[in-house]
Design a protein around this ligand. Sequence first.
Ligand code: UFG
Length: 344
Amino acid sequence: MNNGNTHHQPQILVTGGLGFIGSHTVVELQNEGYEVFIIDNLSNSNLDVLKGIYNITGIKPKFFQFDLLDKEKTHQFFNQHRINGVIHFAASKAVGESVEKPLKYYENNIGSLVNVLQGMLDNNCNHFIFSSSCTVYGQADTLPITESAPLKPAESPYGNTKKISEEILLDATRSSELKAIALRYFNPIGAHPSAEIGELPLGVPNNLIPYVTQTAAGIRTQLSVFGNDYPTPDGTAIRDYIHVVDLAKAHIAALKRLLNHENKSQLEIFNVGTGMGSSVLEVIQAFEKATHMKLNYQLVGRRAGDITAAYADTSLVHKELGWKTEKSLEDALLDAWNWQLKQK
Ligand code: UFG
């Protein structure tokens, strides 16, 4: 292990650890015995998430509230703690907002990545897991999507920050001891089965599943299904929806690979999805079946920037990380619903 830190469990920094995917990953890390440090600026989360994590695992993660754009504080953090690995979630993620405020996205997502990597390299911390996205593939020419599918021009500044971040990682790993794994997520949904933590959309949700659960809860009157003229069997768009707990576990598998020096190159990239595509109408049907409720929805026009279909080829991640999903779409929708029921 790094840093001669042999008497303790590895110490893992989770940036954005109070966010949707971050908080679920913190829980899985604690379940595996890692000591977790969280840095989060609360820009899209709140302190109740710490309590949710504690209610599940009985362990309080060490929490540091500051912005990773603060270079001095970021370096100070790495100077003061012996961190063995970093899982970097902290980023802005609203696709539509990124079109309105591109510079915010470039500054936040690229600036914080650079600061974290510099803080790591200056302190001999060499293991890094990055949150990337299947958005880098755009509309792929062949499905399912393998990691060697060509990258397409980004549809949004948000998507572009993911592409640029992967390029930064490639350059940084070539020129240093840094070892990194970028996980290209498909569509993360669901919540912890305990309903202690879940997704917290600000205002009117942009993503399908929060909109579905808020409609079922009566917060929204009607779900709009964006487009029924896509070249798919039922005309609605197809995505690969992955339960957030399964996704969290992929990070643990990636981290172990780096800590055990099992990586085959300095930067590895894996798709993280279920391998199964579901149309919007299939999601609605699965939700109705899982919850025994009727959902009020209408078919409307396409949403700008949306692709027709994306789902992962998961053979590489399965072979190399020994990871695959364990939960079904119905599990994810039921957990999302139970989480929705707990919100005020
Ligand atoms: N949809 C609706 N009605 C809604 C919301 C969404 O019909 O109210 C449809 C969309 O048109 C799309 C599907 O549901 O066909 C999924 O939409 P989401 O917004 O939930 O997810 P996206 O696939 O558009 O975006 C997600 C992430 C992005 C990421 C992208 C990568 O939210 O961060 O995947 O493809 F960039």
